[in-house]
Design a binder for this molecule. Structure first.
Ligand code: AMP
Ligand code: MG
Length: 340
């Protein structure tokens, strides 16, 4: 009898360990789709994950329809092809434009949502690449000017010829909304990958931090990783969209001062912070600014961290990443400067 009780006891223990094991490691729910001209890959854990991910996907597709500069049915297309100079914007577009203008002001126009006529001149929105003449760029440069916009409540006034492109901020903003939706559904562990924009909710199901890889711009291999919880990690790089003409590399991040692809000694900038839209706009802006101006900007704000990969392959990180940044195998000899 005593042996039977002991056996029953150990059988129960095995059952309990098995059951608690199930609770501790919930299965991942995933959704993969294409939107905003990029691949989206959403993973969440827990009982609410499936429904929450469906809502997040729906929202991202809704935002894509709203913002797609090439889609005649989108609100941004209608805005860019307007016949009046004053327009009423939807609540979503108003909220996004407010953030975009704030970041354009803060970065002195290095991030500028009015860059669209220049982006179009290079053919980046339609993949019909061309190198515009200096004369064309000179004619378009005055149109890239966020200070020409007036947004009062949801009423936007803008001069003729000025056109908007949210390509430098939209994915970060969409990620913020996805994270908000997931959290609202009770999800406490998730990772949302929207192209080069990664958003994390909480920790991994086992309680450890998420490790987000940073790509080697030259090979596409993972050069380094940052450990994060509840953070966005957003990368802008000259390797993400480009074309070559006569041996020259032309990429999609334009310097609004010159109208040409920014060429300030960097191949990628990764921003780590708690607001995805801000991280996204800053990754674009800091790429334009180059490392020295970016470091000054970081010292003045200190509400985000950054990883810079320079054209010579060397790396610089801001001081707040000292403990969470690691070089991957094969890259441990890379010089890493810590900016203080
Ligand atoms: P990202 O990949 O976030 O750096 O954004 C690059 C995209 O934003 C480009 O494909 C353009 O659509 C747009 N863009 C390019 N240069 C700028 C800029 N200086 N400011 C704002 N948006 C830009
Ligand atoms: Mg960006």
């Amino acid at each position: 009898m005593a042996r039977f009780v002991r056996r029953l006891g150990s059988a129960l223990l095995v059952l309990i360990v098995f059951l608690t094991g199930c609770v501790a490691a919930p299965t991942a729910q995933e959704r993969q789709f294409t939107a905003m001209d990029t691949f989206m890959y959403l993973t969440a854990y827990g009982p609410q994950a499936r429904e929450a991910l469906a809502l997040a996907e729906e929202d991202i597709l809704f935002l894509d329809d709203l913002l797609d500069v090439t889609q005649e049915s989108s609100q941004v297309y209608a805005l860019n092809h307007r016949t009046a100079s004053t327009l009423s914007l939807s609540p979503e577009l108003t909220a996004l434009l407010e953030q975009a203008l704030l970041l354009a002001n803060q970065t002195g126009g290095a991030f500028d949502p009015t860059v669209y006529p220049l982006v179009q001149a290079w053919g980046f929105t339609t993949d019909t690449y061309q190198v515009p003449t200096q004369q064309t760029l000179q004619a378009l440069l005055p149109l890239a000017d966020h200070t020409a916009l007036t947004l009062t409540d949801n009423t936007l006034t803008l001069p003729e010829g000025v056109q908007l492109d949210f390509g430098g901020i939209a994915k970060g903003w969409a990620g913020d909304r996805a994270v908000q939706l997931l959290r609202g559904c009770g999800v406490t562990s998730a990772i949302v990958r929207l192209g080069g924009n990664i958003h994390t909710v909480g920790t991994k199901p086992d309680g450890s931090a998420w490790r987000v890889g940073i790509e080697d711009p030259d090979t596409g291999n993972t050069l380094a990783a940052v450990s994060v919880t509840d953070r966005a990690v957003v990368t802008s790089g000259s390797y993400q969209r480009f074309f070559t003409r006569d041996g020259q590399h032309y990429h999609h991040i334009l310097d609004p001062d010159t109208g040409r692809p920014a060429d300030n000694g960097l191949t990628s900038v990764t921003i780590v912070g708690d607001c995805g839209a801000r991280c996204d706009a800053l990754s674009t802006a800091l790429f334009v600014m180059g490392q020295e101006r970016s470091a000054d900007f970081w010292r003045a704000h200190r509400d985000f961290e950054a990883v810079f990969i320079r054209t010579d392959g060397s790396v610089a990180i801001t001081a707040g990443l000292k403990d969470s940044f690691t070089l991957m195998d094969g890259y441990t000899a890379r010089p890493v400067e810590v900016l203080e």
